[in-house]
Every structure is written in structure tokens, then in C-alpha cells.
Design a protein around this ligand. Structure first.
Ligand code: PMP
Length: 440
């Protein structure tokens, strides 16, 4: 019997859902996707303003990627990672071409979390040091090492976490932890990192891991000087800089990578999601030539059975081809500029909007109860009936977006056009009028 043809199965009966109290799970069952839209099993259509969690950069069912996966599956579906793998070789070469010039080799994984796990291990092997600096408002994945270097409250249940993680405050300009304003602040948030390094003993610190733009903790876009200063501080103390590009990579910000916005070269870059638009699981750890050379005569103690799976690599090659041939990154930049304009208007027109931020199609609206006090509409790590209502109503109106605490995230697929962006932002704008009324 063909198991796939059997009667409908209630998934809740057999599957443990991630990040959920199981009895409360009520997922949208996606049955079809096309471009920026998907359909549920009741026939409802949604415009995906979250790109399936900042993943689906080129939209559902891109013909080039589907064709590449099919062709690879027919040719050769699996090779263990220690064998030569043509798709993996071509992909590594392409990644080296599109990343900053110091990056020279790639190690392949299967997700963002295990890319970060391996980046941490590589940093420790290379430097011979142990501690890792991470930021409080950060997320690097749910595996044990990755959640240990995340500041996000999702780490709480996994604690006590790995030893030797040092957390520092964030470049969150709207709520500056030092109560300063840019540019008079002289980037105190970076100097704070220097101070912590000194207190922790620089000779014990292997690396600092950062998201070039903070993702699921609220889209913080640090000033260019912050990133340049962090790069200098790391160099000064012999600390490696790991850029987690899992969300910011592959055109999301209107540039190939988040670090391009600042003109800095990290020692290690981790990638996943957008590298093949999430079609087949894949993660990448791209390292500088200095690090790559170190392992020429030393064992690399890292390995995963599905590392560089040919289906995933073929999908990534086709995705990158689409980015290049279809002007997708240019579109992300143009639509990102439009999004900036919409957001400016939204901030002007709504008393519930405290701040708006975006780089390309990586954006967020931060809601407050009161603009003067900046009291958030939902506390950090809390819940709010109003935020829940915004989400529920927008989903019912066919706009799927990601809402967390007092942040409304705006991250549609990079192939979105002006009319679609306008349509989505109009629905958001209408919802904010409702919130204005509720809080006034
Ligand atoms: N890093 C960042 C910045 C992320 O946003 C995520 C996932 N949202 C991860 C790492 C983990 O990626 P994955 O879920 O593929 O393990």
C-alpha cells in the first residue's frame, strides 16, 4: 500500500511540534505554494510576509530550483561527506566568490544551528582559546551549543548552558542600554564589549558571534561604526569574529550578506535558510584563508552524515543562479527602499508605533503603549492580547506575518513586487489604526 495515499492523518496525534505547548497546537496546514503565496487545506490563500521565517527568499516552487533538485535526484541522490561531491565543490566555489575576499573555504552542515555549532568548534580549535562572546538579544539556533550562545529567552529551558559564554549588551539604538543617542554616544555599546573582554581576560576568548542585523529579537541595525569598531576590537585582542548570516544572508538586506552593509570581513560566516531558500536543509560555515590553511596539516574534528548533501547543494546552486540572473537582490534593494518609505509614513501616522527599522526586506515595526515612555505594547518574553489579535486578524485577512512580543516583522520573499508590497502594508496600516484606538 502506498502510505502517502492513505486517509488523512491528524498530525497532532503523532508529531511533537517545535516551540509549542502541544495541546495548544493548531497549525495552518499548507497544501500548495506559488511565488509569495501559499494555500491552506481549507482553500484560504495567504501572502507570505515572513518568507516562512526569513527563509523562502525566492518564493515557493521556483522552477529553476525544482528542476535542479529533480535532475540531481535522478543523477545521484546521496554521497557520504568524505567522498568527492561535484555539487558541493561548485557551491563552495560560488560561496567563496560572493563572500568577502578573505573567505576561502566552506564546511557544510544541515541547518543554521549546526553551522554555528561548528563555527564555534572551529574558532576554538584555531585559537586554542575557549570562551565565546555573544549578545543578549540574539538567536543562533536551538541545538545545545547554538542555544548556549543565544541570548534569546528560548535558552532558559536549556540552561545551565555551555560554560564560557560571555554575554554583552546590544546596539539597540531605540532603547540604548547606555541611555545615549547616536552619534553623540561615541558607540559606547562597542566600547562596552572592549571593557568586558578586558575583565574576562582576552587570552581566554576564542570568538565573538554576532548577527550583522539582529533577527528574531527585533531587527537592530547597528551603526556602521559599531561593526567597524567591533572588528577592530576583535583584531586587537586576537578574537575571531563570527558573522551569523543565517537570516541576513543571500540578499535579504539588499546586499549579498549583512556584513556588506558595513564593509567588514568576518573570520567566519555561517549561513543557512536563504542559501537555497529552504528547499532542502543546508548550512554553511565559510572560513577565512588563515583558518582554512590552519587545517591543512591538522585534523578538522567536525563532521555530519548529511554534510553537503548533493540535493541541497544543487538547490543552492540553482537558487544563487536565480539571484544573479533574475535581479532578485536588486529587487530586494528597490522594494526595501519602498518599505523604508512606507515605514516612515507608518511611524508618522500611528501613536502606537515607537520605532520602525529596515534594511532591504528585513524590517520591523516596534509597538508601544506610549511613545514618550516607550513602554512596550508587549513586554520582552511576555504576551499581549493586542499583539495576538493583530496576528490573528491579519492571518484571517490573508497576510501571514511573524509577530513576537511588541515587534511586527516584515520580511516578504525577495521576489515581491510593488503592488504586492503595497497591498500587504495597507493591511498592516489598517491594523495599526485599530491599535491606536485601543491604546488611546
Ligand atoms: N541563526 C539565526 C540568526 C537564526 O535566525 C536562526 C533560525 N531562525 C538560526 C541561526 C538557526 O537556524 P536553524 O533553525 O536552521 O537551525
Amino acid at each position: 500500500m502506498d502510505i502517502r495515499q492513505q486517509q488523512h492523518v491528524n498530525e497532532r496525534d503523532y508529531v511533537l511540534f517545535p516551540w509549542s505547548v502541544q495541546s495548544k497546537v493548531n497549525p495552518i496546514n499548507i497544501v500548495k505554494g506559488e511565488g509569495i503565496y501559499f494555500w491552506d487545506d481549507k482553500g484560504n490563500r495567504y501572502m507570505d510576509f515572513a518568507s516562512q521565517l526569513v527563509n523562502l527568499n525566492i518564493g515557493f516552487n521556483h522552477p529553476k530550483v525544482i528542476k535542479a533538485i529533480k535532475e540531481q535526484a535522478e543523477k545521484l541522490c546521496y554521497i557520504a561527506p568524505s567522498f568527492g561531491n561535484e555539487a558541493r565543490a561548485k557551491l563552495a566555489k560560488k560561496i567563496v566568490e560572493i563572500t568577502p575576499s578573505n573567505i576561502s573555504k566552506c564546511f557544510f552542515t544541515t541547518s543554521g544551528a549546526d553551522a554555528n555549532e561548528n563555527a564555534i568548534k572551529i574558532a576554538r580549535f584555531f585559537t586554542g582559546k575557549q570562551k565565546i562572546i555573544a549578545r543578549y538579544r540574539s538567536y543562533h539556533g536551538a541545538t545545545f551549543g547554538a542555544i548556549s550562545v543565544s541570548g534569546d529567552p528560548r535558552r532558559f529551558a536549556a540552561e545551565p548552558a555551555l560554560n564560557g559564554i560571555i554575554r554583552v549588551l546590544d546596539p539597540y539604538c531605540y532603547r540604548c542600554p547606555f541611555d545615549k543617542e547616536y552619534p553623540q554616544c561615541h558607540i559606547e555599546c562597542a566600547e562596552h564589549v572592549r571593557e568586558i573582554i578586558q575583565f574576562e581576560n582576552p587570552d581566554s576568548i576564542a570568538a565573538m558571534i554576532i548577527e550583522p542585523i539582529t533577527g528574531s529579537n527585533g531587527i537592530f541595525i547597528p551603526p556602521v561604526e559599531y561593526m567597524k569598531r567591533i572588528r577592530e576590537i576583535c583584531d586587537e585582542y586576537g578574537i575571531l569574529l563570527i558573522a551569523d548570516e543565517v537570516m541576513t544572508g543571500f540578499g535579504r538586506t539588499g546586499e549579498w550578506f549583512g556584513v556588506n552593509l558595513y564593509g567588514i570581513e568576518p573570520d567566519i560566516m555561517t549561513m543557512a535558510k536563504g542559501c537555497n531558500s529552504g528547499y532542502v536543509p543546508l548550512g554553511i560555515v565559510a572560513v577565512s584563508s588563515k583558518i582554512a590553511e590552519y587545517f591543512e596539516d591538522k585534523m578538522l574534528y567536525c563532521g555530519l552524515t548529511y554534510s553537503g548533501h548533493p540535493l541541497a547543494c544543487a538547490a543552492a546552486l540553482a537558487t544563487i543562479e536565480a539571484y544573479e540572473e533574475e535581479g532578485i537582490i536588486e529587487n530586494a534593494r528597490a522594494m526595501g527602499n519602498l518599505l523604508t518609505e512606507y515605514l516612515k509614513k507608518i511611524k508618522m501616522n500611528h501613536i502606537c508605533v515607537g520605532d520602525v527599522r529596515n534594511a532591504g526586506l528585513f524590517g520591523c515595526i516596534e509597538l508601544v503603549k506610549d511613545r514618550k515612555t516607550k513602554e512596550p505594547l508587549c513586554p520582552w518574553n511576555g504576551s499581549s492580547a493586542i499583539m495576538d489579535r493583530i496576528k490573528e486578524e491579519l492571518w484571517n485577512e490573508g497576510l501571514y506575518l511573524y509577530i513576537r512580543w511588541n515587534y511586527i516583522f516584515l520580511a516578504p520573499p525577495l521576489i515581491i513586487n510593488q503592488q504586492q508590497l503595497e497591498e500587504g502594508m495597507k493591511l498592516v496600516d489598517e491594523k495599526l489604526h485599530m491599535v491606536d484606538k485601543l491604546i488611546s
